[in-house]
Design a protein around this ligand. Structure first.
Ligand SMILES: CC(C)(COP(=O)(O)OP(=O)(O)OC[C@H]1O[C@@H](n2cnc3c(N)ncnc32)[C@H](O)[C@@H]1OP(=O)(O)O)[C@@H](O)C(=O)NCCC(=O)NCCS
Length: 275
């Protein structure tokens, strides 16, 4: 079986209220697996891959695209290498219209040590991960310039440096996930919306989006999910649900991509057996 064979025991189904999050470390790629991932890419992706100068960024891109293609093949009868993508006017990648799969949506993010993918039936879906050790100019200055009043107050309440950095990235990833779900990229002003949640919220379900007129949105449409998938990463998902139905997030760790399937870490019935 080659890396481009169809998965078995599939397709996975996405109910209207489901967001599937797939995680993989980009650092576990040996030369044989790197070549198998490269074989899945189309010409544009290969050209982008070749343009990366930093090996770590190149590996993140490669793994993200290989995971995306392999995971999407768990939801629809298409081989990993056969997916075609286009993008909206702000560069948000999506499944190409001509494939005729209107209810399959995704968003990808990558950071040092982690690639994450959200797959959903919700058209407006966004995901972001950040490495908590990522060096930034000045967190306080960035928060001052780009965060809303509730977000700044959250950071301001935290005294010690480490917790402050974590609080910063908790806000940052949620903001990025929302911007990515809207698909507007940097054309959207980060300070045009504010996120707040009570101290007891640990998974993002109580996060509220407060929009200014410049944000051009109704905050009540939105739901959030946040997590620490590793001790070094903060992750957030934003989704606009239909009819206020709470979405459920199912998270899976991918250990490797093999025989056209994701091999999962830990038991998961019906999938994850290396072919
Ligand atoms: C491109 C952007 C959407 C996200 O970039 P990022 O956080 O650096 O990178 P991520 O790894 O999270 O996401 C990159 C992926 O998002 C996807 N993407 C690209 N444009 C997108 C858009 N307009 N909307 C949603 N997703 C997009 C792509 O799949 C991209 O991966 P690829 O280039 O390998 O295909 C853009 O919003 C950005 O550069 N944001 C950073 C701006 C900032 O200062 N944020 C501060 C928050 S407080």
């Amino acid at each position: 079986m080659s890396a481009n064979d169809l998965p078995q025991h599939l397709p996975l189904s996405l109910g209207p209220g489901r967001v599937d999050v797939w995680l993989m470390s980009p650092d576990s790629l040996d030369e044989r697996r790197r070549q198998a991932c490269l074989d899945l890419l189309d010409d544009d992706e290969r050209a982008r891959h070749d343009r990366y100068r930093a090996p770590s960024a190149q590996r993140q891109f490669l793994v993200a695209r290989a995971v995306l293609r392999t995971v999407l093949s768990c939801y629809a009868p298409l081989r990993p290498a056969d997916w075609r993508f286009d993008a909206n006017g702000h560069g948000k990648p999506r499944v190409a219209d001509r494939l005729g799969l209107p209810d399959l949506h995704f968003n990808v993010t990558h950071a040092d040590g982690l690639v994450a993918l959200a797959v959903s039936g919700l058209p407006e879906i966004g995901i972001d991960v950040e490495h908590l050790g990522r060096s930034m100019r000045s967190l306080d200055e960035l928060a001052e310039r780009h965060f809303g009043p509730a977000e700044r107050a959250r950071i301001g309440r935290v005294a010690d440096e480490e917790s402050r950095t974590q609080a910063f990235f908790d806000v940052w990833t949620l903001k990025e996930a929302y911007i990515k779900a809207r698909g507007l990229g940097l054309s959207m002003a980060l300070e045009s919306f504010d996120l707040q949640w009570p101290p007891h919220d640990t998974d993002g379900r109580s996060v509220q989006l407060l929009c200014t007129a410049a944000c051009g949105d109704d905050g009540a449409r939105w739901q959030f999910h946040r997590a620490r998938p590793t001790p070094h990463h903060s992750l957030a998902v934003a989704g606009a649900s239909r009819a206020n139905q709470r979405f459920q997030v199912v998270t899976r760790w991918v250990e490797a991509l093999q025989a056209g399937r994701p091999v999962l870490e830990g038991p998961f019935p019906g999938m994850g057996i290396a072919g």
